[in-house]
Design a protein around this ligand. Structure first.
Ligand code: FES
Ligand SMILES: [Fe+2]
Length: 407
């Protein structure tokens, strides 16, 4: 899946990322800490890929909407009358004001400034005070729309043309996860965390369970009956860590008696454990026998990430009389685990900010880390033909430069 498109020059500095696991190095610290790298990621990576915005059941009915700012771009997500999810730039075509905030249900959007009206397809339906304006055609002043596609029940948006098709992006992920029928699941709740980490710290943490006995020593560490894990081949921009074990992976041992019914119709590997999917660039989707949860990352800067946890269940489980009470045990486990992961990634970034930090070496227990790093380097080089920066120049105080990143 990963292309080794190293080049001379800047790219050569990242050559160790592409080596086999036991010879590989991590990305250089500057890739996590520097503003310049972050700016380049926005332009060359996030703007050129499909980004994940949670489960479409967040807006199940026509007129349901939510707004959120992604990479500094205010976006507006809405389900139109025809049942399609649409994404618009949340900027009025008059003088730029956000046309909606928060979430809710509406028949259309009215800009709060001068009351221009837009319908659920973003068309300008009413432009107050514009009757004398010359050569003004309302049809040309609809909200700017971004291509939006739903796959496996999840919302994907591309901000730029260069992202290609969503199906090419996802590759065989929908096929490998078909047994879960994620499109039939329903988002029960979502929780946001503001975390002082680089987004790559968090997604890398999601693709290794090496840290589980240490970081989650008193919480997730013990899984009754143990488990085996492996990482099957994937095609597309995703990786998976698959675990085989009994029962659900979404409850603490002490709470397993509260387990909800299994997802109806599970078969194959899906019926026998859990899939932890890393969907590039920045999403974890964990699929176990009774539910699916995701961790969606929204980079806020090189040192800050909005981490959103979403929990989805089958409709049949949500119809159980005591669903809310039992689902609370799932959210308890997820919040504990995500909070522990948030804390450790904050500690990691603090260490990486040191001018003495160096690229690290990897264990056989974290095979997906260099694959993630190789994807990052390949993607960044794809559009620029060379990484935009020399990492030595990116973040290090000049007088300490000689102490770190020797070349
Ligand atoms: S800025 Fe929206 S109506 Fe004026
Ligand atoms: Fe963890």
């Amino acid at each position: 899946m990963l292309r080794d498109n190293r080049r001379d020059g800047n790219g050569a500095r990242f050559a160790n990322v592409f080596k086999p696991l036991l010879q590989a190095e991590t990305l250089p610290p500057a890739a996590y800490t520097s503003q310049a790298f972050y700016d380049a990621e926005l332009k060359h990576l996030f703007a050129r890929t499909w980004n994940f915005f949670g489960h479409e059941s967040r807006i199940p009915n026509p007129g349901d909407f939510f707004s959120e700012t992604f990479l500094g771009v205010p976006l507006l997500f809405v389900r139109n009358r025809g049942g399609q999810v649409k994404t618009f730039a949340n900027s009025c075509r008059h003088r730029g004001t956000r046309v909606a905030k928060g979430a809710g249900n509406c028949r259309g959007f009215r800009c709060p400034y001068h009351f221009w009206n837009y319908d659920l397809d973003g068309r300008l339906r009413g432009a107050v005070g514009m009757d004398q304006t010359q050569e003004f055609d309302a049809e040309e002043y609809g909200l700017i729309e971004f291509e939006t596609q739903c796959r496996c029940g999840f919302i994907f948006v591309r901000l730029g043309e260069e992202a290609g098709s969503v199906d090419a992006h996802l590759g065989d992920m929908p096929e490998q996860l078909a047994a879960y029928r994620c499109e039939n699941l329903v988002l029960a709740d979502r929780v946001e965390f503001d975390v002082a980490c680089n987004w790559k710290n968090h997604i890398e943490n999601s693709v290794e369970d090496f840290h589980v006995p240490m970081v989650h020593s008193t919480t997730l560490n013990k899984l009754e009956g143990g488990y085996e894990h492996f990482s099957p081949e994937t095609r597309g921009n995703w990786l998976v860590m698959r675990e085989r074990h009994a029962g659900t992976r979404a409850l603490l041992n002490e709470d397993v008696r509260h387990a909800l019914p299994r997802i109806p119709g599970l078969y194959g590997h899906a019926a026998e454990g859990t899939n932890f999917v890393c969907l590039f660039p920045s999403t974890l989707i964990a699929l176990t026998v009774d539910c699916v949860w995701y961790v969606e990352l929204s980079p806020q800067g090189p040192h800050r990430t909005r981490v959103t946890l979403g929990g989805c269940f089958p409709r049949e489980s949500m119809a159980e009389a005591d669903f809310a009470e039992r689902a609370a045990y799932y959210f308890k486990r997820w919040k504990i685990a995500v909070s522990e992961d948030n804390d450790i990634t904050e500690q990691q970034l603090l260490g990486l900010k040191s001018p003495f930090a160096q690229p690290g070496r990897l264990s056989h227990l974290e095979p997906l880390i260099p694959q993630m790093a190789a994807w990052w380097v390949s993607k960044m080089m794809e559009s620029t033909n060379a990484l935009p920066l020399d990492p030595d120049e990116a973040a290090l105080p000049g007088d300490l430069r000689a102490c770190s990143h020797p070349v």
